[in-house]
Write a protein that binds this ligand. Structure first.
Ligand code: ATP
Length: 536
């Protein structure tokens, strides 16, 4: 499915707009329109309900070692700067970037792809723009132009090796930058911290510097003791949080996939060290199934265990849940959620100070003076198991999802084009969003067939009754066929039409977006029927 069509539907129907569009937009920032805000809110509510408030804490779920509790939290975006020093974000949360002196563009070092091409006795690493779908088709024309050759002289180009990341190249003088005509216009790679810096208070000195959180997780860790002491939870239990995070991404791209302001849905699940591997597998599988249960297809969704080289220094296991977004080249997947076994790394860091791995063990990092490089809070982060009287720092499993990436995945999956009968009964092309009813912005639309004979009154009464329970839409404009088409594009799963028969026998037609089947049900049965269809 072409991404252009999805992007244009999002704009046309009010799912997503570029932030500050009237001023030309701001790269990496997005606004959700009237339909988009409902879709994203439904996604977050569904996650919260399934993971937190609706979670059955009395029975062990399939695959889980035992029953467990879940509670929620909502922390501030700006936290004490020491949080980020101990978490490692202050020192380690970097990407490398390169600047092009000719085009004035900035690229993420690892995202620029190119290939060695030789001609006329010169060997050049020819690169293409990071968002290029198929580098192979763009490298040749760039190389021909650079070597001053015509298309029919392509046999004078000799390729060496296959495509590679710019990060594999040591000599920038041999690189033809993505949007440059001359050679060697890229600066050497420079480190760039992804955290947004701000100033707290009026003094404006460096001591008042603070950061917008780059993840919601740390707010959970620093409140671990508060939650244990105030809510009577017992290990194993999880704390969930949904909220905004900020990362000054060097190259925001692919619609909302990589934004600078985005929302995360994170769980920190605390368990005993002995049971942690079992819990890791449980959460990994549970989270994968969650996306399937809401309609992502198994062909486009995969779970990928990280190999040893990719795993963060503190982690004992990490898996990414990934989706084959249509903007990615065929066969490539983009991360929706990471599920990580983080051991006791985070709680210990906030107790003792920033940790590093030394000889296979996590130890507090010290400076040249032998003192901790970033001092912890000194507060005990351990947990007393009342039954066994054992004190320990719990291990943590972290399923960390992005609300914007998930919303985008569900939009991409839902987009369909098919044929459906129009008002005259002829087959006509239609666009529909086959969203799961729990996610759909409107659950139903109510149409009076004609604006006369008492139909609008019956329709309005039904509309107001349903509105108390669900987000529903009232539409009395244009032919019924056109009204159906508008709802199909918005992803509304059911349409209810009030017609002449309604006035005689108090029944309405209910039309299913996906099957197009229409049936009559009584007016009184509409609410329970929708409850059954939407909530199962
Ligand atoms: P990536 O490698 O794609 O940058 P990440 O591994 O840094 O992602 P995490 O730190 O694990 O991401 O964050 C957890 C989740 O938060 C991701 O799976 C993703 O859904 C979401 N997320 C992270 N960065 C962004 C972003 N820039 N824009 C939108 N969502 C994001």
């Amino acid at each position: 499915m072409s991404m252009d069509k999805i992007v244009s539907l999002c704009k046309r129907r009010g799912f997503l707009f570029q932030s500050s569009e009237i001023y030309g937009g701001l790269n990496g920032f997005w606004d959700y329109g009237p339909l988009g805000v409902e879709l994203k809110r439904n996604l977050k509510d569904t996650w919260w309900r399934d993971m937190v408030t609706g979670h059955d804490d009395l029975t062990a779920p399939a695959g889980a070692p035992q029953a467990y509790q879940m509670v929620g939290l909502d922390c501030s975006i700006i936290m004490h700067p020491q949080v980020w020093k101990c978490s490692g974000h202050y020192d380690l949360f970097h990407d490398f970037m390169v600047d092009c002196r000719e085009s004035k563009k900035r690229y993420r070092y690892d995202q620029v792809v190119g290939r060695w091409v030789e001609s006329k006795g010169q060997k050049v690493f020819v690169t293409v723009m990071p968002e290029t779908d198929d580098p192979a088709t763009e490298i040749e024309p760039r190389a021909l132009k650079f070597f001053n050759l015509r298309a029919k002289q392509a046999d004078q180009l000799v390729y060496h090796g296959s495509h590679a990341s710019l990060a594999t190249i040591s000599d920038m003088a041999t690189v033809l930058a993505p949007d440059a005509k001359q050679l060697g216009t890229l600066t050497p790679p420079r480190e760039f911290n992804l955290m947004f810096k701000t100033i707290v208070g009026a003094m404006g000195t460096e001591e008042d510097a603070a950061f917008l959180r780059p993840e919601t997780a740390q707010g959970i860790f620093v409140n671990f003791k508060n939650v244990v002491d105030s809510s009577r939870v017992k290990v194993p239990f999880g704390i969930a949080q949904i909220g905004k995070s900020f990362r000054n991404e060097i190259t925001p791209r692919n619609f909302t996939f990589r934004s600078r302001e985005f929302e995360q849905m994170e769980i920190e699940f605390f368990c005993s060290p002995e049971s942690s591997n079992e819990w890791y597998r449980y959460w990994r599988d549970r989270r994968y199934q969650w996306y399937l249960s809401l309609g992502l297809s198994p062909e486009r969704l995969r779970m990928r265990e990280h190999d040893a080289a990719e795993i963060a220094h503190y982690s004992c296991g990490t898996a990414d849940i990934e989706y084959a977004f249509p903007f990615l080249p065929a066969g490539e997947f983009g991360e929706l959620e990471g599920v990580a076994h983080r051991a006791d790394f985070d709680l210990r860091s906030h107790q003792e100070g920033k940790l590093v791995k030394k000889d296979g063990a996590l130890v507090v990092e010290t400076g040249t003076d032998g003192k901790p490089r970033h001092k912890g809070s000194g507060k005990k982060m351990d947990y007393l198991d009342q039954e066994t009287n054992r004190k320990y720092i719990p291990h943590v499993i972290e399923p960390s999802a992005g609300a914007d990436r998930a919303t985008l995945a569900f939009l991409c999956e839902a987009y369909r084009e098919d044929m459906a009968p129009n008002d005259k009964g002829e087959q006509e092309a239609r666009v529909l969003l086959k969203l799961h009813p729990r996610l759909a912005p409107f659950k139903a639309a109510i149409f009076p067939l004609f604006n006369k004979d008492g139909m609008p009154e019956v329709a309005q009464k039904l509309y107001l009754k349903l509105k108390k329970r669900f987000n529903v839409f009232f539409d009395d404009g244009g032919s019924v066929g056109k009204r159906y088409r508008r709802q199909d594009e918005a992803g509304t799963p059911y349409c209810l039409t009030i017609d002449h028969t309604t006035l005689q026998d108090q029944t309405v037609t209910i039309r299913d977006r996906d099957t197009l089947v229409q049936r009559r049900i009584s007016l009184d049965a509409v609410l329970p029927e929708l409850e059954k269809l939407i909530e199962g």
